[in-house]
Design a protein around this ligand. Structure first.
Ligand code: HEC
Ligand code: HEC
Length: 215
């Protein structure tokens, strides 16, 4: 029900946009307001208005690099000639009515918000300690590179290609690691798949838990 309501709002927002543009003379007719409206009206239910999702299965978007967010929005969208590059039934319906310009501006919008890291605590010091070792040192025995080499020692990533992951909800991160290793998420030319398949389930949980504690 909620989702249908959101979709109607999204449709309404995108339909009023061209009308608003026609009634003003200048091209710079407050596009930022429109994007903030989309964020508040459509995305907020799952990601919070400022992108600091408090629901652990929905990613925190606040402070993420603009280019990465825009890329994901593009990847979620199926076109007439190709299926979505990143498969998520929820997000594919969310982006269906977004224009490339909306996607770019949504990237800028969330990148400008201040990150509130995950407040969900993982009460397992041993797990977090192992995650820390894997994050910074990888696993020589299994040929797994250190996460830090692409996502940075403090998890802030390297734009435009490598996303920030510090403070992300462990539940969301673990889901993504499982999707990458199963090949169900491959919108990065399988870079993450090669990194992650040699980690076992416990190690994936460990590194996800550690990442959620990074600040
Ligand atoms: C009904 C809940 C819901 C709504 C509403 C929603 N999202 Fe999402 N979003 C999700 C979920 C769940 C995921 C994780 C998808 C996956 O597992 O790959 C996600 C993932 C994303 C990602 C990828 C983040 C990353 O770190 O890779 C972006 C970007 C995003 N959403 C932006 C938006 C925007 C912009 C809107 C509004 C137009 C929106 N979402 C509306 C649930 C939602
Ligand atoms: C060789 C570089 C590289 C290494 C090493 C690497 N990653 Fe990544 N990672 C990437 C790229 C590139 C993406 C972005 C994929 C995209 O564009 O959708 C990514 C995406 C991710 C995401 C998805 C973020 C999101 O918001 O959805 C997670 C989680 C992640 N990496 C975790 C890890 C972990 C944990 C490790 C260490 C075990 C690791 N990465 C090591 C390159 C790397």
């Amino acid at each position: 029900m909620k989702m249908i309501k959101n979709m109607v709002m999204l449709a309404a927002l995108t339909m009023t946009a061209p009308l608003a543009a026609e009634t003003t003379d200048t091209a710079n007719a407050a596009p930022a307001t429109t994007v903030a409206e989309i964020a508040a009206g459509v995305c907020a239910g799952c990601h919070s208005a400022d992108g600091n999702s408090v629901i652990p299965m929905n990613p925190i978007l606040a402070g993420q690099h603009a280019e990465y967010i825009t890329k994901q929005l593009i990847d979620f969208k199926a076109t007439e000639s190709a299926p979505a590059k990143r498969n998520s039934p929820i997000m594919s319906s969310m982006v269906a009515a977004l224009s490339p310009e909306d996607m770019k501006q949504l990237g800028d919008y969330y990148a400008q918000q201040k990150t509130t890291p995950s407040q969900v605590t993982v009460d397992d010091d041993k797990l977090i300690e192992l995650g820390k070792l894997l994050y910074h040192g990888g696993s020589l025995a299994n040929g797994v590179p250190a996460c830090a080499s692409c996502h940075g020692p403090n998890g802030s990533g390297i734009p435009p290609r490598y996303p920030a992951i510090a403070g992300q909800h462990a539940e969301y991160t673990l889901t993504q690691l499982n999707l990458f290793s199963a090949g169900d998420r491959a919108n990065d030319k399988n870079v993450m798949q090669q990194v992650i398949t040699r980690l076992n389930g416990y190690e994936k949980r460990a590194v996800s838990a550690y990442i959620s504690t990074m600040r």
